[in-house]
Design a protein around this ligand. Structure first.
Ligand SMILES: NC(=O)c1ccc[n+]([C@@H]2O[C@H](COP(=O)([O-])OP(=O)(O)OC[C@H]3O[C@@H](n4cnc5c(N)ncnc54)[C@H](OP(=O)(O)O)[C@@H]3O)[C@@H](O)[C@H]2O)c1
Length: 305
């Protein structure tokens, strides 16, 4: 179901995936506050419509809902059809939807008091101890965070090319930095963007999952602690760089929001969702002709390593 909002001819159109809560919801709020028409997407229609209503109640108009489950090809096609018919183009795609790729062993508890006095490293350590990494959760993490995002991009590419300068912001993470991959060969391959191919990224993810199932992550130098999340974000970064080279007419960048208090981090982060979202929106609203194929950490250009 979609809401009806008028959009003047020169308005920029943005799609935000996973817009119903956390950083995604704040990205929608900030973009819409800046005059961008926002398609807030969510996999669950009830949660998505509630988010749009929440924004409306806070005086934010210019946000329309559309359902999107990023692992479902027909859902992605439905969004692409809607955008084509309604707007004929897409200016900004914020790929925000993601999962932890882990099983959370504790009930979600948003009481932050237990983190007071803990520094960032102690909080991250608490997070790693609070999850189980099963093969099924790792597979789902890779399917959602890498392949789901990639399939959304592929489907919306023609619409981004109909914009004067289509911008893709892939919400990344410092967990996607190559430093977490101890296997020197894999690390170098992922950084050698001139030679790297999408097929090779598929092969590396298959090998990672095979080693995960065999209990051989450490032996082969794959990341540990949120291993699938780290691999999916590292390969998403590499794919973004491949895309940026292939499509100089677009701007394709990765942005790390910072360590944010959301459900994904069980509220253990140090930034508010709005602060995290500002770091994403800054990249989404870079002027035309700006950098492409770049990693931004908390709003500043940084290294993929
Ligand atoms: N929080 C941090 O400290 C942090 C740090 C670095 C990077 N990030 C990145 O920031 C982004 C947002 O994370 P967050 O912390 O705001 O997490 P969050 O509060 O858990 O929100 C995740 C969003 O993604 C949606 N989603 C998950 N799987 C989906 C699917 N298959 N199809 C469509 N939507 C799906 C969720 O929908 P449901 O509500 O339906 O589950 C939710 O809207 C992610 O890319 C994350 O990796 C976060």
């Amino acid at each position: 179901m979609e809401g009806a909002i008028p959009s003047p001819p020169n308005t920029r159109i943005a799609v935000v995936t996973g817009g119903n809560k956390g950083i995604g919801l704040e990205v929608c709020r900030l973009l819409a506050s800046g005059g961008v028409t926002v398609v807030l997407t969510a996999r669950d229609e009830t949660r998505g419509l509630a988010a749009v209503e929440k924004l409306r109640g806070q005086g934010i108009s210019g946000v329309v809902f559309h359902q999107l489950e990023i692992t479902d090809a027909s859902s992605i096609a439905g969004l692409a059809d809607f955008l084509k018919t309604r707007f004929g183009k897409l200016d900004i795609l914020v790929n925000n939807a993601a999962i932890g790729g882990v099983e959370y062993v504790q009930e979600l508890d948003t009481n932050e008091e237990k983190f007071s006095g803990l520094d960032v490293y102690q909080r991250l350590e608490w997070m790693v101890k609070s999850v189980n990494e099963t093969f099924d959760s790792a597979k789902e993490g890779v399917q959602t965070n890498y392949y789901g995002t990639k399939h959304v991009i592929e489907a919306l590419l023609p619409l981004l090319q109909s914009s004067s300068e289509g911008k893709i912001v892939n919400v990344s993470s410092d967990y996607g930095l190559l430093t977490f991959i101890k296997n020197e060969g894999v690390r170098q391959e992922l950084n050698d963007i001139e030679k790297l191919t999408e097929q090779r990224l598929d092969e590396l993810l298959d090998k990672f999952l095979t080693d995960f199932e065999a209990g051989a992550l450490e032996a082969h130098g794959w990341p540990n602690g949120f291993a699938a999340y780290k691999m999916a974000k590292a390969t998403m970064n590499a794919y973004s760089r491949i895309l940026a080279r292939r499509h100089p007419e677009l701007r394709v960048n990765c942005a790390h929001p910072g360590y944010v208090k959301t459900d994904m981090t069980m509220s253990s982060g140090v930034l508010t969702p709005e602060e995290g979202a500002r770091n994403i929106v800054k990249v989404a609203l870079l002027p035309d002709g700006g950098p492409t194929g770049v990693y931004f950490a908390k709003g500043k250009e940084a290294s993929f390593m």
